[in-house]
Design a protein around this ligand. Structure first.
Ligand code: NAD
Ligand code: WQD
Length: 338
């Protein structure tokens, strides 16, 4: 297949671009490098033994996108490009609506113009409303509690409306739980700018000596050890889920939603201990107040993805911690070390 990957230089996009190249697909990455570096794509090429084409552009740039579609003639799109920091989205909500919603509308309109009918979209478990109880099935009530989450929730509805209006369009909405880990080579991984918002990159930077200690956000939740529980999914398993979804779309039109998780929750302290085992060192931590907006537990029911896509997560949290530690130790400052 010829796959146009938006946001392909980023964390999940680079791992998926690698998996696509390794499976023999041709890839064009469109990324504005607002939260990534072209070095990730150089390393993907080194690992795959072949290159993805690359256009540096914002997906909202109609002229650039039109040219990319005309030149590359994709038959499918995987749409990762978007801004993703929950806290930041409450400070600059209009940027989130402009970047996330604006880019998706331009993308789907450009697909229609060029007769491209398959799109896989990065959604998030954040769309499961607070009234739903985990494990979440895809038909659980949805909603959102912050501007980032609202962009994902709105985009799901926008894509569903687009699919209803165009019987030829095939849409796969993938609701990721908590992506973690890195490629086992240690050559590509998550490279957050500034202070990491997410648990694993923060823990990895504590292990590397870049931060003194982890702040554990609350140990008074109604969970076995009192800390929040999440469904951590290895990014390489997540990448494989995108290939399975693309495959499904080749002979299924319409709008489809799948959870991509493991179905197994881990607590913050379980992650700390798994990372300590992988790194062979202690991770200092201090329990502090709950982080506003956090829920006690979030994890997936993954039966639908298994039944329909034949996909299941294969890697463990221990694998993800070992891979993150390898990536962090070999690249203490991420891609900036290159
Ligand atoms: P990332 O920031 O590493 O990757 C996103 C990429 O898109 C970056 O390379 C960035 O430069 C690019 N980009 C952003 N806006 C763009 C635009 N308008 N035009 C062109 N390029 C643009 O993030 P990620 O973790 O790889 O996430 C990928 C997608 O998955 C995002 O849509 C995110 O919301 C979603 N998601 C991520 C997580 C997570 O925890 N990482 C969880 C659920 C969903
Ligand atoms: C995991 C657990 C924290 C950091 C977020 C987004 C979600 C999705 C994935 C994009 C929680 C605890 C964390 C720290 C801690 N992204 N924690 N100390 O909040 O489940 O999900 O990323 O779609 O939309 O909300 O992930 O990694 O931030 O937190 O104790 O320094 O770790 O309280 O229990 P979260 P996270």
């Amino acid at each position: 297949m010829r796959v146009l990957v938006t946001g392909g230089a980023g964390y999940i996009g680079s791992h998926t671009t690698l998996a696509l190249l390794q499976a023999g697909h041709d890839v064009l990455v469109v990324d504005d490098l607002s939260n990534s570096s072209e070095e990730s794509l150089r390393r993907v090429a080194e690992l795959a033994g072949r290159e993805a084409q690359f256009v540096e552009a914002n997906v909202r740039d109609e002229a650039a996108l039109d040219k990319a579609f005309a030149d590359f003639r994709p038959d499918s799109v995987i749409h990762f490009a978007g801004w993703k920091a929950v806290g930041e989205s409450t400070e600059i909500p209009l940027t989130y609506y402009r970047e996330n919603i604006g880019s998706t509308i331009t993308l789907v309109e450009t697909m229609a113009k060029h007769g491209c009918t398959r799109i896989v979209f990065s959604s998030s478990a954040t769309v499961y409303g607070e009234e739903s109880e985990p494990p979440f099935t895809e038909d659980a009530p949805t909603g959102a509690t912050n501007p980032y989450g609202r962009t994902k929730h709105m985009l799901e509805q926008i894509l569903e409306d687009a699919a209803a209006a165009n019987p030829e369009l095939s849409v796969a909405v993938l609701r990721y739980f908590n992506p973690i880990g890195a490629h086992e080579s240690g050559r590509i991984g998550e490279d957050p700018k500034g202070i990491p918002n997410n648990l694993l990159p923060f823990v990895a930077q504590v292990a590397a000596g870049r931060r003194d200690k982890l702040m554990v956000f609350g140990d008074d939740y109604a969970t076995p050890d009192g800390t929040g529980r999440r469904d951590y999914i290895h990014v390489v398993d997540l990448a494989a889920g995108h290939l399975a979804a693309l495959d499904y779309l080749t002979d299924h039109a319409g709008y489809h939603v799948w959870n991509l998780g493991t179905g197994q929750p881990s607590s913050v302290l379980e992650i700390v201990h798994a990372f300590e085992a992988a790194a062979g060192q202690e991770i200092p931590y201090q329990v502090v107040a709950r982080r506003p907006g956090d829920v006690a537990e979030s994890y997936a029911n993954v039966d639908k993805a298994h039944a329909e896509l034949g996909w299941r997560a294969a890697k463990t949290v221990a694998d993800a911690c070992a891979d993150t530690y390898r990536w962090q130790s070999q690249n203490p400052n991420g891609f900036a070390d290159a």
